[in-house]
Each structure stands twice: as structure tokens, then as C-alpha cells.
Design a protein around this ligand. Structure first.
Ligand code: ASP
Length: 339
């Protein structure tokens, strides 16, 4: 396996052992083809076994497993890939461990501006919202944009008006507040900087009908400027799904994912260049996004339901489950995730 990555992570790998023999951070499951398949991420970042206590690791594993079981049950019962993505991300939005919905990070003005997007691989319909305040499940609003409007992207006040009109579940500002996110905000305020550990959530799914879908939901980056938009709600950067190729959800330093159109670039390498998902994901993450200086990763799924995780950070919370296997969880880049 090839290791091409930014200097910081190269040093991390060198410190951890020989690059030729280390397990790759890109993992792909084998055959036989499952009837349905689901994979998730809960954010990528600079965490390792030393920075994440055993208790914290156990908590993330439990939360990721719950999310997988929720979406897997939908697929098992014959639900669509879109249904599964929304159900899975809704659970993660309610879980304060993650930077989405409850637990979302604070902007520089001390509020939560939420972003989400979803795409249906069957017809490439999609929906997204950015800068949403006061609604519990941004991913559900993104789905309503996709299915109930003639548009694909709403921002701020317009997104909130649309969500209200659709009867989306409101939430008091306090619902989103957590001590963890507030402590990070205070630190960022002190340093006056947006750089932060990430925690976005994302999901890709293949249903029994053979359709793919992808979704992503986030609070963005701690201390982001009012109105800043990251990659998560940008179709083609943070989210993409096309039944001909793959479904992708990204997490990481959003500006770099937008500059390299990460999710669409992976799809385009497969469609036009004949690359496998595994190859395409690694090349986009390492040679494009990473080469510019960005960091983060993706969860992807191909038409056969094989999940792929690719990252240039030491960690990415992630998991996968297929109809013919068991839920599998990984936290660190070197973890194998075999559903
Ligand atoms: N990509 C997100 C953003 O830049 C952050 C993350 O993935 O945690 O808004």
C-alpha cells in the first residue's frame, strides 16, 4: 500500500512503524455481495490512543454501534438508502458526542449554525441547508429540501422559513449547548482561531433495490465566522451519491474539501477513469485534498456495497455493517474495519 500524505501525518506514521508494513487507512470489505450495506463516520481528527481515554473510546464505539444498528434495521426491513441515511444521522444528531445537532460547535458569535446535505444515487436528486438555527434534525430538513422543494440548497433565514413551513421539529437554542463544545469555544476565543478537532457525522448506504445514498450533518468548525459555509452542505464537496459509481460523505477541514471537490472527484475518477472506489478515494484524499494542506477523510460505498474509509488524519470515528456480517467499528487510522 502506498503512503502519500502531508508531512504532519507522514511523521506520525514514521513514528508508528515501517510504512510498507503498516495497515492502510483505506479499508475495503470483500465479497460476497451483501443485500444491503451501511457505513458511517463521526468525524476525523488528530486523536490517537493517548488523547482518547479507554472510557472515551468505549463511548464512541457504543454510539457508533447504535447509529449503525438504527440504519441497518431500516435497510433490513426493506427501507430505502435515503431512509437509512436519515435515520442513522438523526440518531447521531441527538448524540452530544458528535458535532452535529446536539453537541454542535459554536460559531465566533457563540451560536450554532448547522449544515447538512443528502443525495439520492438513484436520480441524483439532492437537498442541503446551511446556517440553520433552531431545528433539531438538519438532515431531515435537507431531505425535505430534496423531496418537497424545487430547489436543492437553502441558507439561513430562508432555510428556517422552509423548515417551519415543512413542519420540521423545532428545538430551543439550549438543546444544542454542551459543555464540551462550549469549552472548545472558550479556548478558540482565547486563541482567536477556527482550527479545531472535527466531529461531523456522515452516512452512506446501499439498499435492497441496489440504490445508493449519502448524507452529512455538522455544526462546522468551532469559532467559524458568522455565515461561513464548509464542505458538509456543499453537494460534490462533502456529499455525493450516484448509483453508477459510489456514495461519499466527507469530514475534515471543509475549505480544502471544497477546493478539491472531494466527493465528486472520487465519483469522477470512477466514472471517467475506471478507478475502483478504494483507489479513487485514496488518490483524492492524499494527492488532491491532502496535497494542498488539508486534512480529514471520507466514508464511501460502491455499487456492490463495499465500504471504504480513507483519511490522512491519525483518527476517524467510523463503522460499517452489511446484511451478511456484524457491525464493525474503527477509531484510529490503523484500525481494520471489516463488517
Ligand atoms: N467538514 C466540516 C466543516 O468544515 C467539519 C468537520 O468535518 O468536522 O465544516
Amino acid at each position: 500500500m502506498r503512503w502519500t500524505c502531508p508531512l504532519g501525518f507522514s511523521l506520525f506514521l514514521i513514528a508508528c512503524g515501517p510504512t510498507t508494513e503498516s495497515p492502510s487507512p483505506t479499508e475495503e470489505a470483500g465479497s460476497p455481495t451483501p443485500e444491503w450495506s451501511l457505513a458511517i463516520h463521526g468525524g476525523a481528527g488528530h486523536f490517537d490512543t493517548e488523547r482518547l481515554s479507554p472510557d472515551q473510546q468505549a463511548a464512541y464505539r457504543a454510539s457508533l454501534t447504535l447509529a449503525l444498528r438504527t440504519g441497518g434495521a431500516v435497510l433490513e426491513a426493506g427501507g430505502s438508502a435515503v431512509d437509512a441515511v436519515v435515520a442513522t444521522i438523526s440518531v447521531m444528531e441527538d448524540d452530544s458526542l458528535f458535532n452535529a445537532g446536539r453537541g454542535a460547535v459554536y460559531t465566533a458569535s457563540g451560536v450554532h449554525e448547522l449544515d447538512a446535505s443528502i443525495m439520492n444515487g438513484a436520480d441524483r436528486n439532492c437537498g442541503a441547508i446551511t446556517g440553520l438555527q433552531g431545528f433539531r434534525h438538519p438532515i431531515q430538513v435537507a431531505r425535505q429540501v430534496m423531496e418537497e422543494s424545487e430547489h436543492v440548497f437553502f441558507s439561513g433565514h430562508g432555510a428556517e422559513e422552509f423548515a417551519s413551513a415543512m413542519g420540521a421539529e423545532p428545538a430551543e437554542a439550549g438543546w444544542f449547548d454542551t459543555k464540551k463544545a462550549h469549552d472548545r469555544y472558550l479556548k478558540a476565543l482565547d486563541r482567536d482561531t477556527t482550527r479545531e478537532k472535527f466531529g461531523t457525522v456522515g452516512c452512506v448506504a446501499l439498499d435492497r433495490e441496489g440504490h445508493l445514498a449519502a448524507g452529512t450533518s455538522t455544526g462546522g468548525m468551532t469559532y467559524k465566522r458568522h455565515g461561513r459555509i464548509g464542505d458538509s452542505p456543499v453537494i460534490g464537496a462533502g456529499t455525493w451519491a450516484d448509483d453508477r459509481t459510489c456514495a461519499i460523505s466527507a469530514t475534515g477541514w471543509g475549505e480544502y474539501f471544497i477546493r478539491t471537490a472531494v466527493a465528486h472527484d472520487i465519483h469522477a475518477r470512477m466514472l471517467h477513469g475506471g478507478e475502483t472506489l478504494d483507489e479513487a478515494a485514496e488518490r483524492t484524499i492524499q494527492d488532491e485534498m491532502g496535497a494542498l494542506g488539508g486534512d480529514g477523510g471520507i466514508v464511501g460505498m460502491d455499487r456492490e456495497g463495499s465500504p471504504t474509509f480513507s483519511m490522512n488524519t491519525p483518527g476517524m470515528f467510523r463503522g460499517a455493517w452489511q446484511s451478511n456480517g456484524e457491525p464493525a467499528i474503527g477509531l484510529f487510522a490503523t484500525d481494520e474495519v471489516e463488517p
